[in-house]
Design a protein around this ligand. Structure first.
Ligand code: HEC
Length: 149
């Protein structure tokens, strides 16, 4: 009987320990490390300066003129395509998630690699978006490829 009690005691305390452990553990980070608070703050600043006038403070864009940045396949999809839009602009009257827009997106290649990386990391983690961050090195590689062409 004593033995049973001891085993029970071990089992229950073990159980408590386990549940305490899972409670204390943080949920796995949804965002990769590169999207730090500093990246988000800098990205927001650049967004306010260079993107907000067209894509609006809430990223909703302007109907038929400027597309939204809320969960579009461009924002959340292929990083290469996304970075290239910032570097080269877009004026093909692209159909973006079923709508077309009359305005043009001017090239923003005057921004530094870090600025482009930060603003895109910000956009990919704002307005309901949740996607991996973009590194300055990724922008640098693409910029070099573009000028070679
Ligand atoms: C002068 C207005 C203007 C400015 C400034 C501007 N954009 Fe755009 N952007 C557009 C337009 C218009 C399109 C669509 C062009 C087309 O369809 O050919 C577009 C397309 C895009 C797209 C791809 C489509 C989508 O909606 O997902 C992204 C991403 C984007 N812009 C991000 C940005 C970011 C980030 C900045 C700031 C660095 C910025 N834009 C600055 C007007 C602008």
């Amino acid at each position: 009987m004593k033995r049973v009690l001891i085993i029970l005691l071990i089992l229950t305390t073990g159980g408590i320990k386990l549940s305490a452990q899972t409670k204390g553990k943080k949920a796995p980070a949804a965002k990769p490390k590169v999207v730090t608070g500093a990246v988000m703050a800098n990205g927001k600043k650049i967004y306010g300066q260079y993107c907000l006038a067209c894509h609006m403070a809430d990223g909703a864009g302007v109907p038929n003129m400027n597309p939204p940045l809320t969960k579009t396949s461009y924002v959340l999809g292929d990083k290469t395509r996304l970075i290239n839009i910032i570097l080269n602009g877009l004026s093909t009257g692209e159909e973006i998630d079923g709508e077309t827009y009359t305005n043009i997106m001017p090239p923003h290649n005057f921004l530094t690699d870090q600025e482009i990386a930060d603003v895109l990391s910000f956009v990919r983690n704002s307005f309901g978006n949740n996607a991996g961050g973009i590194l300055a090195a990724e922008v640098k590689t693409l910029r070099a490829k573009n000028t070679k062409k």
